[in-house]
Design a protein around this ligand. Structure first.
Ligand SMILES: [Zn+2]
Length: 237
C-alpha cells in the first residue's frame, strides 16, 4: 500500500488526535471516579462522629449542672426555713437541734458548691472540645466542597475538549482514503498506529532499529508505507 507525504502526515495527525482523546478519556474517568476525595471524605466522617460524641458529652455536663443547681437550691431553701424556725423558737432544745442541722446543711452546701465549680469547669472543657471539632469539620467541609467544585469545572472543560477532539478526529478520518483508514484502524486497535521515525528510533515503541531494518526502511520509496519491525506501527520518515 502506498501513501503520499500528505497522506502520511494526515495519518500521523490522526494518531496524535487519538492519543489526545485517550488521555482526555483517562483524565475524565479518573476525575469522575471521585477517589481523589477518599481521604477528605473519611476525615469528614470521622469528624461527624466526633461532633456527635462532643455534643453528647456537653449535654451530659449540662444535665449534671442542672441537677447540681437543683440540689443546691433545695439546701438553700432548707437553710432559709431552718433560720426562720431558729428565730421563732423559744425552746432551747429545739434551737440546739436546728443549729446542729444548720451546721450540717452548711457543710452540704459547701460540698455542693465545690461540685458545681467542678462541673462548670467540665462544661467549659466540653464546650471548647465541641467548638474545636466543629471548626475542624467546617474546614474539611469547605475544603471538600472547593475540591469537588474545582474537579467539576475541570470535568466540564475536559468533556468539552473531548467533544472538540472527537469532531477533529472525525474530520481528519474523513480526509483519508478508505484503505488507509482501514489499515490505520486495524493497527490502532492494537496500539499506537502511526509514529514518526526519529533518527533510528521508532516513536511508537521507542526501540532503536537495527542497521539492517533501518537500511531496509531507507531503501523504500518516499510513498511506500514503512512499518516498525518491532511494534508494526506505520513509521513516518
Ligand atoms: Zn515500533
Amino acid at each position: 500500500m502506498k501513501a503520499t507525504a500528505t497522506q502520511q502526515a494526515d495519518l500521523l495527525s490522526l494518531a496524535n488526535l487519538d492519543l489526545q482523546i485517550t488521555r482526555s478519556k483517562v483524565a475524565i474517568k479518573n476525575l469522575s471516579a471521585g477517589t481523589q476525595f477518599a481521604e477528605l471524605r473519611q476525615a469528614q466522617r470521622d469528624l461527624a462522629a466526633k461532633i456527635i460524641a462532643a455534643r453528647n458529652a456537653l449535654d451530659t455536663v449540662d444535665l449534671e449542672l442542672k441537677r447540681s443547681e437543683a440540689d443546691l437550691q433545695l439546701v438553700e431553701q432548707r437553710i432559709a426555713k431552718d433560720e426562720q424556725r431558729l428565730n421563732s423558737t423559744n425552746n432551747s432544745k429545739d434551737a440546739q437541734g436546728i443549729q446542729s442541722e444548720l451546721e450540717s446543711l452548711a457543710r452540704r452546701k459547701s460540698d455542693l458548691e465545690d461540685i458545681e465549680l467542678e462541673i462548670l469547669d467540665q462544661q467549659e472543657n466540653a464546650r471548647a472540645v465541641y467548638a474545636t471539632v466543629s471548626t475542624d469539620k467546617n474546614a474539611v467541609d469547605d475544603e471538600l466542597g472547593a475540591a469537588e467544585a474545582r474537579d467539576e469545572a475541570e470535568l466540564v472543560k475536559l468533556r468539552s475538549g473531548l467533544d472538540l477532539l472527537s469532531n477533529d478526529r472525525a474530520q481528519q478520518a474523513s480526509r483519508l482514503a478508505s484503505d488507509l483508514l482501514e489499515l490505520y484502524e486495524k493497527k490502532a486497535s492494537r496500539g499506537v498506529a502511526v509514529a514518526r521515525l526519529v533518527g533510528r528510533e521508532c516513536g511508537a515503541c521507542r526501540i532503536t532499529l537495527g542497521a539492517t531494518a533501518f537500511n531496509e526502511l531507507e531503501a523504500l520509496a518516499q510513498d511506500d508505507i514503512a512499518t516498525c519491525p518491532e511494534c508494526q506501527a506505520i513509521l513516518v520518515r
